[in-house]
Design a protein around this ligand. Structure first.
Ligand code: SAH
Ligand code: SF4
Length: 389
């Protein structure tokens, strides 16, 4: 497959330079151009950030590189391993702000990656290593204000830069077990990735760069609440190669706007048109995320409407029973309600799966851990109801 490379905004930090951008910098220092790829490989392929350890570079260059800020822009403030193998990392950025990232062994019920195990037959594994899906953040908090989401409740603190976004995966690789390999990356942590488009586009290029982490684009899933112009842009910039997941969560505009304020700007019909336009490669499907919330979006006729809405679009639906958010009265339907909703979708021929997470354990999806720090500083008022923004 030919790599598709969008036009990117200039790099903000040394860590996020691409090989050719390194080459430009190094040439301006009087170094040969080919050193660009060497420096890039050290950082993104081997995870080495200390120039002193970049042994195939001349000493003078290593000394010059030491003046660049190559250190990882975050530290692991908390590393929590759950009994089910999931690991949640609370990451402290250099300005003290915190985001989270989760490592999920593939096949785990909480694995949200779009490529299931049975589609892995074509992938050669030299050694039997357990594939890991890593969920990463793109912003500190989120501006979208979805009422059921911890990040939305927190509000947007700031965007993350591409170096920070990619560093989560560099760290995840370093902190996963020896017999494991980070193979899927899902942009489903804190933040709305398409609200931070430039940094996310650069992060996508970095993560999939053949001389770097070399993830396959189909193993990178971007989840969005439905920013229509940016969905179009993503489709054009990456030729539809990036796996798209869309948070729908309701089937009529009134209900969706009450849960997700973004719907007032880009209502359901507009979003569906954007999905129809997305240049999806053959045999691939868009993931529709549908968080089930008791009494809000879980009626069987919602499932009927959902199947009608999705008609003609290659999709699979991931049903996510809502994870409780402290201070919020919103809750998941009981098991039978979830099963009935799934069955109803299936009866209409829709591929529907349930992503169950264990609310008592850290697998309780992305978006929960950082709130525990946030909660202390926040007063969440759900009594205002409705729109949430
Ligand atoms: N901003 C992006 C990606 C991050 S959220 C988006 O909204 O798609 C990743 C997924 O988790 C989204 O589908 C989101 O709706 C869902 N989510 C957020 N809070 C949740 C909760 N409390 N319970 C279940 N799913 C939740
Ligand atoms: Fe933001 Fe996604 Fe949470 Fe909505 S669900 S507030 S878009 S992170």
């Amino acid at each position: 497959m030919v790599a598709i490379r969008p036009t990117l905004a200039a790099p903000k930090t040394a860590l996020e330079r691409l090989p050719e951008e390194w080459a430009d910098v190094l040439v301006s220092w009087g170094e040969p151009k080919f050193r660009g790829i060497q420096v890039f490989r050290w950082i993104h392929q081997r995870g080495v950030f200390d120039p002193a350890q970049m042994t195939d570079l001349p000493k003078s260059l290593r000394e010059r590189l030491a003046k660049e800020d190559l250190a990882l822009p975050m530290e692991v403030a908390l590393f929590h391993r759950s009994s089910d193998g999931t690991r949640k990392m609370l990451l402290r950025l250099t300005d003290g702000k915190e985001v989270e990232s989760v490592l999920i062994p593939q096949g785990h019920v909480g694995d949200l990656a779009a490529v299931p195990d049975d589609e892995d037959a074509d992938v050669e594994e030299p050694r039997a290593r357990t594939p890991i899906s890593q969920c990463i953040s793109t912003q500190v908090g989120c501006a979208m204000g979805c009422v059921f989401c911890a990040s939305g409740v927190a509000g947007l603190k700031r965007h993350m830069n591409a170096g920070e976004i990619v560093s989560q995966v560099l760290l995840g690789r370093a902190r996963s077990d020896e017999h494991e390999r980070v193979r899927n990356v899902v942009f489903m942590g804190m933040g709305e990735p398409l609200h931070n488009y430039d940094a996310v586009a650069r992060a996508l290029v970095l993560l999939t760069h053949p001389e770097g982490l070399a993830l396959s684009t189909r193993r990178v899933t971007l989840s969005t609440s439905g920013l229509v112009p940016q969905i179009d842009r993503l489709g054009q910039d990456f030729g539809g190669q990036v796996q798209l997941a869309v948070s729908l969560h309701a089937v009529d505009n009134e209900k969706r706007s009450a849960l997700m304020p973004i719907n007032r700007k880009h209502p359901i019909e507009e979003l569906m048109e954007a999905l129809r336009r997305y240049p999806l490669p053959k045999r691939r499907r868009i993931t529709i995320e549908y968080t089930l919330i008791a009494g809000k979006n879980d009626e069987l006729r919602d499932a009927d409407t959902l199947s009608k809405l999705l008609r003609g679009i290659p999709v699979k639906v991931n049903l996510i029973p809502m994870n409780p958010v402290d201070g919020s009265p919103l809750a998941a339907p009981d098991y039978s309600g979830v099963d009935a909703f799934q069955e109803r979708l299936r009866s209409h021929g829709v591929a529907a799966f349930v992503r169950r997470t264990r609310g008592d354990d850290i697998a309780a999806a992305c978006g929960q851990l950082a709130l525990h720090g946030e909660k202390r500083r926040l007063r969440v008022d759900y009594s205002a109801g409705g729109g949430g923004s």
